[in-house]
Design a protein around this ligand. Structure first.
Ligand code: LRH
Ligand code: MN
Ligand code: MN
Length: 388
C-alpha cells in the first residue's frame, strides 16, 4: 500500500491498545520512584488512558491486568470506560505474584497449586465475559533455576493440561494469546521460553490460541521480524506487546531503542496482511515508565508505533517485488530504506488534522492541563502501580 490516501485511511483506523499498568507506579527491583498524580485505582487508570486516546485518536482500548486491576464490579468499569470514550481490551492473567507460585503456577509440581493457578485463569475468562474482552493474554513466569530442579517434560505436560482446560472455557469470540519470554524470573529453564514453544502449544490447542510477540522477550540479536513473518504465514500471530529494550526485558517506550527494528517488524506485518482486521493481530503496548512522566510517555510510544506503521505502509511494494524477482539485492534494500528514511511526521500531522485532533499530540496533552489536575486532585489513598 503506497498510495497516500490509503495509507492515511489506515492510519486513522489503526488501534493501539495501551496497558493499565503503564499508568501506575513501577520501577526496578532496586527502587520504585513514586510520581505525583498517579492513578489510585483502575478507574483512574482508565481516565489517564482516555487522555492518551484524546491526544492521539488511535488508542481507544485499554488492557487490564488481574488482580492488579481487580474491582468488585467489572460492569461498572465497563461503564466508566465508555463514559470516557475508551473500552476494555485484553485481560492479562497474573499467576506470578502469589507466594504459592515459588516453584511455578500451572507447571508447579503440586497439583493443588496448579488448581489455584488454573482457577485464576478461568476467573479471568469470567471477567472477559463481563468486559466483552476477546483476548486472554497469558504469560507464565514458570521455570526452574537449577539443573535437576524439576522434570522439563513433566512441566510441559502440566502446562498443556492447564491450557487445554482454559481453552475449553473460551467463548466463541474469545482466544488465548500465549506469550513467551526467554528468561526471568526463572534463570535456568523457562517453560514458555520462545515462539516455537508457544506455537506448538497453540497448535495443539486449536484455532482460538495464538502467539503473542513481546518485543522485549528475545535473546539479543534475535530476528524478530522473521518470527512475525513466520507466524503470520501460519495464521498464528495473535498480537504484539510493544516496548523497547537495550539489554533484556527493559520495558522502555516502543520505538525508542531501535525504531528501525520496529519498522522492519511492521513491514512484515504489512506485506503479510497483518494490518487487515480479519487477521486479528492486536497491537498492544506493554511498558512501564519508571523515571519519565507516564501519560506523555504512552503518547510518545503510540506516536512511535504510528510513525513506524506509516513508513511500513509507504514501502513501494511494486518496486520492491520487481527488485526481489530480478535479484536486485541493492535495489530491493534501497526501496525499503527509502520508506524508512521518509519523514512521516507531516503525513501524520495531516492525518490528525483530518481526524479533528491536534497535529501535535504531546503539545495538546500539555495544553489540556490534565497533568496539573491529577497532581492536585489525586492525593491520599494508595497509588496503584505495578504489583499493587
Ligand atoms: C512479562 C510481561 C507480561 C506481563 C507483563 C507485566 O515480562 O511482558 O506481558 O503480563 O510483563
Ligand atoms: Mn509482555
Ligand atoms: Mn515483559
Amino acid at each position: 500500500m503506497s498510495d497516500r490516501t490509503a495509507v492515511k485511511a489506515f492510519l486513522k483506523s489503526q488501534v493501539i491498545e495501551t496497558p493499565s499498568w503503564g499508568y501506575g507506579n513501577s520501577g526496578t527491583r532496586f527502587k520504585v520512584f513514586a510520581q505525583a498524580g498517579v492513578p489510585r485505582d483502575p478507574y483512574e487508570k482508565l481516565d489517564d488512558a482516555a487522555q492518551v486516546h484524546a491526544a492521539t485518536g488511535v488508542a481507544p482500548v485499554v488492557s487490564l491486568h488481574i488482580p492488579w486491576d481487580r474491582v468488585d464490579d467489572y460492569g461498572s468499569l465497563v461503564r466508566h470506560a465508555k463514559e470516557r470514550g475508551v473500552r476494555l481490551g485484553a485481560i492479562n492473567a497474573n499467576v506470578f505474584q502469589d507466594d504459592a507460585y515459588k516453584l511455578g503456577s500451572v507447571t508447579h509440581p503440586d497439583p493443588a497449586v496448579r488448581r489455584q493457578a488454573t482457577d485464576h485463569l478461568l476467573q479471568c475468562v469470567d471477567v472477559m465475559d463481563v468486559t466483552g474482552s476477546h483476548d486472554l493474554k497469558l504469560w507464565f513466569a514458570d521455570g526452574t533455576n537449577y539443573p535437576g530442579q524439576d522434570d522439563i517434560v513433566a512441566r510441559q505436560d502440566r502446562l498443556a493440561e492447564a491450557l487445554s482446560e482454559v481453552y475449553g472455557r473460551l467463548g466463541d469470540d474469545q482466544r488465548i494469546l500465549l506469550e513467551y519470554k526467554l528468561f526471568e524470573p526463572a534463570f535456568y529453564t523457562t517453560d514458555v521460553p520462545d515462539w516455537g514453544t508457544s506455537y506448538a502449544h497453540c497448535l495443539e490447542l486449536g484455532e482460538k490460541a495464538q502467539v503473542v510477540v513481546d518485543t522485549g522477550h528475545h535473546a539479543p540479536g534475535t530476528n524478530i521480524e522473521f518470527i512475525v513473518a513466520f507466524l503470520l504465514r501460519q495464521g498464528k500471530l495473535g498480537g504484539f506487546d510493544f516496548n523497547s529494550r537495550f539489554y533484556a526485558d527493559d520495558d522502555l517506550m516502543a520505538g525508542a531503542a531501535d525504531p528501525f527494528q520496529l519498522f522492519r517488524i511492521l513491514h512484515q506485518v504489512a506485506v503479510n496482511g497483518g494490518f487487515s482486521p480479519s487477521t486479528g493481530v492486536a497491537f498492544l503496548l506493554d511498558q512501564c515508565h519508571n523515571i519519565e512522566a507516564k501519560i506523555p510517555a504512552v503518547i510518545r510510544s503510540v506516536m512511535n508505533v504510528q510513525e513506524a506503521t506509516a513508513k511500513a505502509l509507504l514501502v513501494d511494494s511494486e518496486a520492491l517485488g520487481a527488485a526481489q524477482r530480478s535479484g536486485d539485492v541493492l535495489g530491493a534494500n534501497a526501496v525499503l530504506m527509502d520508506a524508512y528514511n521518509t519523514d512521516v511526521r507531516p503525513l501524520l500531522a495531516e492525518v490528525r488534522q483530518e481526524q479533528g485532533i491536534d497535529p501535535d499530540p504531546l503539545a495538546a496533552y500539555r495544553a489540556s492541563g490534565w497533568a496539573e489536575r491529577i497532581v492536585a486532585e489525586r492525593v491520599g489513598g494508595e497509588q496503584a502501580g505495578w504489583g499493587a
